[in-house]
Design a protein around this ligand. Structure first.
Ligand SMILES: Cc1cc2nc3c(=O)[nH]c(=O)nc-3n(C[C@H](O)[C@H](O)[C@H](O)COP(=O)(O)O)c2cc1C
Length: 122
């Protein structure tokens, strides 16, 4: 089977099973971060199930999460809503969705988005 087809099949099965794939790396010092840029591809209208594992693996209470994703038509989809569900005590800022095929031309869009977030320098 072609790799892409395997990926699509596995991603569909993981979503159906509400799977939590095991992560192969860990953030040792998560307590030192109060702002987290969370990047992912849009898979089946949200993030890959491994990102569900990630968001359930740490305490995000009081932290700010800034989502951004690539997609091929669905935009940010349900992903912001899913972050808020998994991390109800985090502040989730307005995310950015960029079409995968436009990433190399997205510098201005990214800069404007970051400016609009109006993050305070510490
Ligand atoms: C398993 C899988 C599911 C996907 N589901 C969606 C989707 O629901 N909506 C969407 O817009 N794009 C979807 N995509 C496309 C990805 O978002 C896109 O490939 C990714 O953002 C990376 O873009 P690039 O490969 O052009 O860099 C999916 C891709 C894969 C592999």
């Amino acid at each position: 089977m072609e790799t892409n087809k395997v990926l699509l099949t596995e991603a569909a099965a993981e979503k159906r099973a509400n799977a939590r794939p095991e992560l192969t790396a860990a953030v040792e010092n998560m307590t030192e971060y109060d702002t987290i840029y969370l990047g992912y591809p849009n898979w089946r209208n949200t993030f890959p199930m491994a990102v569900f594992t990630f968001l359930e693996s740490y305490d995000f209470v009081g932290k700010t999460i800034i989502p951004f994703c690539t997609h091929e038509g669905s935009g940010i989809g349900n992903s912001e809503r899913d972050i808020k569900k998994l991390c109800p005590d985090a502040t989730v800022l307005t995310g950015l969705a960029i079409r995968g095929s436009n990433v190399s031309r997205a510098d201005n869009e990214i800069t404007n988005w970051i400016k609009k977030l109006n993050l305070q320098q510490k």
